[in-house]
Ligand binder design. Structure first.
Ligand code: DX5
Ligand code: ZN
Length: 224
């Protein structure tokens, strides 16, 4: 299984965004998590296509776009055009979730589906053959720096069991409240893509990434 630390630029210093992305790249980060918020599906507004288009020019990282947007099917092609390599939509945000996933696939990028903490795995389990990743939100979507919701661990375990049972090639991504402690919890539960905002960006970025990657590898070594 491929494990990745996916820094979320929501916690970046936007005045130095390009520089910080270069630092991440230099430290061997492969996945960049990009949180788009519309002020409707979630209370806050973050950024959109122009920012992604601009950072795309300078970065070869895998752009993992998390759309916290109502009716995201309206924007799939726009996000592909501005540089997304993967697009994740929320199950709760789509009127026709199957159609939204089909649109992402037809646009030629990887497709992800996300569930909020209160949404059961059961709501998306019929789609596991159609997606590349399932994003389990471990905080309420909308803001960085929140506390990990413990009840979500069971959902990660449930998903891991379903995916392994069917021998499917689907990544389990977690997003929200990842730190020294919860990193271990989610890896043991079966997650392999770890989104982290404040954990990565608070303080010295380069040394944080070095330390987090080391700790993450240690945990992975004990589960494999
Ligand atoms: C929350 C976003 C997250 C956020 C995570 O709605 O989807 O990606 O940046 O931030 P931390 O790691 O600080 O909880
Ligand atoms: Zn996110």
């Amino acid at each position: 299984m491929e494990y990745q630390l996916c820094p979320s630029i929501l916690s970046a210093d936007f005045n130095r965004l390009g520089e910080q992305i270069k630092t991440l790249e230099k430290e061997g980060i492969k996945w960049l998590h990009i949180d788009v918020m519309d002020g409707d599906f979630v209370p806050s507004i973050s950024f959109g296509m122009p920012v992604i288009r601009s950072i795309r020019k300078e970065s070869g990282m895998f752009f993992d776009v998390h759309l916290m947007v109502s009716a995201p099917e309206r924007y799939i092609q726009d996000f592909v055009d501005c540089g997304a390599d993967s697009i994740t939509v929320h199950a709760e945000a789509c009127e026709d979730l199957e159609r939204a996933i089909e649109l992402i696939r037809d646009a030629g990028v990887r497709a992800g589906v996300s569930i909020k903490p209160a949404t059961p795995v059961n709501d998306i389990s019929h789609l596991l053959e159609d997606v590349d990743l399932v994003l389990v939100m471990t905080v309420q979507p909308g803001f960085g720096g929140q506390k990990y919701i413990n009840d979500c661990t069971e959902k990660i375990e449930e998903l891991r069991e379903l995916i392994d049972k069917e021998d499917l090639d689907v990544d389990i991504q977690v997003d929200g409240g990842i730190n020294d402690v919860t990193m271990e919890t989610v890896i043991r539960a079966g997650a392999n893509l770890l989104v982290a905002g404040s954990y990565v960006f608070k303080g010295d970025l380069a040394s944080n990434v070095k330390q987090i990657k080391k700790k993450m590898q240690k945990i992975i070594d004990t589960v494999e």
